[in-house]
Design a protein around this ligand. Structure first.
Ligand code: ZN
Length: 241
């Protein structure tokens, strides 16, 4: 009786925005997979800070994880400015960051992760990469329904059916608090990785790179800064979890 060979993923494409979460995911992926490539999306973000942060975090990653640096392959940037024009939000247009009428923050870009994952799956197929990795998280409520594991399970099924092969979507941060995400970075790469994420990753919605806080650069008051700051504080006090 012949056995079906077990699917043994060896390579991955990381959805990499240059923020704290995707930087931690990149280190996590490098610790697990022999070949790691990154994909980023230019969807007309209202500042270029994120795109700059991506390159700095990627370059720094090879330096702080030298034993894994030969696993890090090419970066790919996809132009989705056409999508950004359709799906305008406070991230892509000059609008205030607040709660909108459907109970969703104005930073919500409708369908964003679904579009990103579709492009990522197409690229991964062409590059023969086995798994998609993303930093989506439903623990610290962000109000983004496309970050929920239920949405990603459905997307994984749709992509696997549509491409007629397994398209696993791994989300290592899904059930971690922001404090636990800092702790994970510390586990993966020690203080050097934490310092890289503090110094070079960018999370602030307003693109502020002038105010240096304990936890990195940012305005300190937007929802993304508040989450990052509170998580960092809890982790530093040994309260991860
Ligand atoms: Zn901010």
């Amino acid at each position: 009786m012949s056995e079906t060979p077990t699917f043994q993923p060896r390579s991955t494409l990381v959805l990499f925005s240059g923020g704290q979460d995707s930087a931690t995911c990149l280190a996590w992926a490098m610790s697990r997979y022999e070949r790691v490539e990154t994909i980023g999306f230019d969807y007309g973000q209202r500042h270029n800070v994120e795109m700059d942060a991506r390159l700095k975090v990627r370059d720094g990653m090879a330096a702080v994880l030298p034993h894994l640096s030969d696993r890090l392959g090419p970066d790919h940037v996809v132009d989705l400015t056409g999508f950004g024009r359709i799906a305008e939000s406070a991230l892509t247009a000059d609008r205030a960051i607040e709660m909108g009428e459907r109970g969703l923050p104005t930073t919500f870009v409708p369908g964003r992760n679904l579009v990103f994952l579709t492009y990522a799956a197409a690229l991964a197929d062409r590059r023969s990469l086995d798994v998609l990795v993303g930093g989506m998280c439903e623990t610290d409520y962000s109000g983004y329904p496309d970050c929920r594991r239920d949405t990603l399970d459905a997307m994984q099924q749709a992509l696997s059916l549509g491409l007629d092969k397994p398209v696993p979507i791994e989300t290592p941060l899904m059930h971690l608090t922001k404090a636990e995400t800092w702790a994970l970075a510390d586990d993966l790469g020690g203080p050097a990785l934490v310092d890289l994420i503090v110094e070079e990753s960018h999370t602030c919605y307003t693109g502020d790179r002038t105010h240096r806080q304990d936890w990195g650069y940012g305005c300190g008051v937007c929802p993304a800064c508040e989450l990052r700051a509170a998580g960092f504080d809890r982790w530093r006090k040994g309260l991860a979890g």
